[in-house]
Design a binder for this molecule. Structure first.
Ligand code: MN
Length: 364
């Protein structure tokens, strides 16, 4: 039994008096901020103490200042003036950064009034011939998505796909590959590839940080550099759930690990291939470009030899198309261009649920 009902308020009464909605109170309580003071052990009704109203008002004000809940929880445990001063200085520098970003846009407009994003075409092909590799890159929007957030690159010895995510995903994948291309050109080595991957992360992160509407924008990146042995040999940087496959003597082998929740469960033996392919959370990435100021960027050596056909692709390909169909296409197509074009077309025939980005590389 509750012994003093005067001091205790139902969630509705408490909401009215502190100005926070019932829904907000529930969600705060769920993360340990402003937890109800008492709960009726029979009815399960929750009660707040009148003495919690002051704390509720503090929380409402901090939310107005857009302070994240986790930081509010910390603050309530140890409320200090230093903490408030820190928030204020963070706010000032964030504002300054946003102003600078807007100024930069104004500057770009003034410099080139005609500057705009290149027109996105449904199917894009670039073919390059090198002494040691020949490749073709194709991307398609698919049948369901309204935009194409996949980007592909085949230039010189550098081959990559990027699958954009979040608001501005199209911008993110484009920025990833453009930054990668420029940075790698300045230092075409295995170290240079790692640095180029990091630069791509920073470019997206900075862009997203400068524009609140782009918060959460990110991209996968799987980038292969077919380097000569004295420059480190063929290698990739790989972040996210796009994939690199090697097709050798009729056998298709996935050389990358998916950085997904499901991928980790698969590797630990919690799920089998079939369960993983149908898992509702198979799209949850554990690693992506642009989500933080830094990203783990592993360099992975790729063992390949003359006659190998490599496939770099986004999840739109392997989610819609069975491995068997991919193998048959890689086996039968005469050229990388034919293989890449057919794979994108087949993914559409199989449903076209997602954008598709494909690069096929023949090692010569
Ligand atoms: Mn995708």
């Amino acid at each position: 039994m509750l012994w003093c009902m005067d001091d205790l308020l139902t969630i509705g009464e408490f909401s009215t008096r502190c100005g926070l909605s019932v829904k907000k109170l529930r969600s705060y309580g769920a993360v340990g901020v402003l937890v109800p003071y008492a709960v009726d052990d029979v009815s399960g009704y929750r009660y707040y103490a009148a003495a919690q109203l002051g704390q509720a008002r503090t929380i409402a004000l901090l939310r107005q200042a857009r302070i994240p809940l986790a930081e509010i929880a910390d603050f309530l445990r140890e409320p200090t003036g230093e903490r408030i001063a820190l928030w204020q200085s963070q706010l000032e520098s964030e504002l300054a950064q946003r102003r600078r970003a807007l100024e930069a846009v104004r500057h770009e407009l003034a410099v080139d009034a005609t500057a705009s994003l290149p027109e996105r075409i449904e199917i894009r092909r670039t073919a390059t011939t090198m002494t040691n590799s020949i490749a073709s890159a194709v991307t398609g929007r698919g049948l369901v998505r309204e935009t194409n957030q996949d980007a592909v690159l085949a230039e010189g010895i550098l081959y990559a796909v990027a699958d954009g995510l979040g608001p501005g995903g199209e911008l993110a994948s484009g920025l990833a590959l453009e930054t990668l291309r420029t940075a790698f050109a300045a230092d075409p080595s295995s170290d240079g590839l790692v640095r180029a991957g990091r630069r791509a992360n920073e470019a997206i992160w900075q862009r997203a940080s400068a524009d609140p509407e782009l918060t959460g924008m990110g991209s996968t990146l799987t980038a292969l550099a077919v380097l000569a042995e004295d420059r480190g040999g063929p290698c990739i940087v790989h972040i996210g759930d796009s994939r690199l496959y090697r097709f050798r003597e009729g056998v298709l082998e996935q050389l990358t690990e998916d950085h997904t929740v499901v991928g980790a469960m698969l590797r630990s033996g919690e799920l089998n291939e079939e369960q993983a392919g149908a898992h509702p959370h198979r799209h949850l990435l554990t690693r992506a470009l642009g989500i933080g100021p830094e990203v783990a960027t592993d360099l992975i050596a790729v063992e390949c030899r003359t006659g190998d056909r490599l496939l770099i692709c986004t999840d739109g390909l392997f989610n819609d198309l069975a491995a068997e169909a991919i193998s048959v296409t890689l086996q039968d197509a005469e050229t990388p261009a034919a293989a890449a074009g057919q794979l994108v077309a087949l993914a559409e025939t199989a449903g076209g649920h997602d954008n598709v980005g494909v690069v096929v590389v023949d090692i010569d």
